[in-house]
Design a protein around this ligand. Structure first.
Ligand code: PHB
Length: 394
């Protein structure tokens, strides 16, 4: 009798412990620039994460999702991002680190994810090497090389022979430049000049003059979207490069829906390669953009919002699969090879690299109703990060 009572008490206590665990919130710490020059990145990613929770429910495997946002403005200082991520781990005791608008932020936090044993879901920062900096990093955005290689192939196949490259002088710019040169020259194209410009406030006048004098068929470009990309596009037109017959080709970061209307008609006709367009034609994107417009009527769904939405999808699907555990080994094992249909099309977490595999679309800027839009006209399915084709770079 005594033994039965003891067992019953033990079982009762275990039940309480299990219920307590089930009731533990799932804390997600988002490190994002929500103020400063890249505030739009934080806003869009946060919108995407929240939209996922409002459309799919905010409880996962019995755990209510709690978002804790830390503003790492300007987003380009690794030290700030690292200190805030440390706070999220030590004080807030988050289960998952996520967000990361810009490369310096993700690079600075990756070693901490390893040390603190936290899964880290990168929702924008797009330098290839980020996923190699911790075995706990997963990415739901893109890599620059992934969008650049199809752009270079398209250019070579479409009578563009001589290209001048202009990129922001940091990780994603370097990756874009390197991949463009590699793919374009392998296809017979010629690079007639290259320049790396400061990430913030470059004076474009001398670069534009030099490009105009060099007379390439096109300029290939990567800069993080913002006031700089708007200034470049306007300068390109005002200084007569467009009239001289020079074309702009780029990854879709240049024609981000968040800034496209501000660029105005000088963006018309620009060809880009990218993994998301607001007017991507699919039932999933129709549902997504309608829900987004309803929730955030002042903003346009863009690639950052979708990466936030898919990043939250990944976290939710993984936690369901692990039965509520955010243990980093279990988390990463569950995420590897996971595949689903996103508003951008089918996406998969590459089991070998933890990076995203997705369709890259070739698009042209056109006016659609009241807005400038990236209208897709070609697509390349299942594109992996080309940098990691070399196993030594995984
Ligand atoms: C980055 O810093 O990694 C970055 C920022 C903006 C982009 C893409 C990449 O559009």
């Amino acid at each position: 009798m005594h033994r039965i009572t003891t067992l019953a008490v033990a079982a009762f206590a275990l039940g309480i412990a299990a219920a307590a665990l089930a009731a533990e919130p799932l804390k997600i710490g988002l490190v994002l620039p929500v103020s400063g020059p890249f505030a739009a990145y934080g806003k869009q990613i946060e919108h995407g994460v929240r939209l996922y929770l409002t459309t799919h429910g905010d409880t996962v495997a019995g755990r209510k999702v709690e978002l804790i946002i830390k503003d790492d403005s300007p987003g380009t200082s690794g030290d700030i991002s690292k200190r805030l991520a440390q706070e999220l781990v030590v004080k807030d005791k988050v289960d998952v680190l996520a967000g990361f608008g810009l490369t310096p932020s993700a690079l600075a936090v990756a070693p901490l994810a390893t040390e603190a044993k936290k899964p880290m879901v990168v929702m924008n920062a797009a330098t290839s090497s980020i996923t190699t900096r911790s075995p706990y990093v997963l990415r739901t955005s893109h890599t620059l090389a992934q969008d650049t290689a199809p752009m270079a192939t398209w250019a070579a196949n479409n009578k563009i022979r001589k290209v001048y490259t202009l990129v922001a002088d940091y990780g994603p710019g370097h990756d874009a430049e390197e991949q463009f040169k590699k793919t374009f020259t392998a296809a017979g194209g010629e690079i007639v000049g290259d320049v790396r410009v400061p990430v913030k406030n470059p004076d474009f006048a001398p670069y534009l003059q030099k490009i105009k004098d060099t007379k390439p068929d096109a300029v290939f470009l990567f800069m993080p979207p913002g006031s700089e990309t708007i200034a470049f596009m306007k300068g390109f037109k005002d200084r007569g490069l467009a009239d001289a017959g020079i074309r702009i080709i780029a990854t879709g970061d240049l024609t981000d829906e968040d800034i496209l209307n501000a660029v105005g008609d000088s963006a018309l006709g620009v060809i880009t390669a990218f993994h998301y367009s607001q007017v991507h034609d699919s039932p999933e994107n129709k549902a997504y953009t309608e829900a987004y417009a309803k929730a955030y009527p002042k903003d346009r769904a863009n690639f950052m919002s979708v990466a936030g939405y898919d990043g939250m999808h990944l976290i939710a699907a993984v936690i369901e699969k692990t039965g509520g555990s955010a243990d980093p080994e279990k988390f990463v094992a569950a995420a590897k090879g996971m595949s689903w249909v996103s508003p951008r099309g089918k996406i998969t977490i590459d089991p070998d690299t933890r990076d995203i595999v997705q369709t890259v679309y070739i698009r042209k800027v056109e006016r659609v109703g009241a807005d400038l839009q990236n209208v897709e006209f070609d697509s390349i399915p299942d594109v992996k990060d080309p940098v990691k084709e070399d196993p030594a770079k995984r």
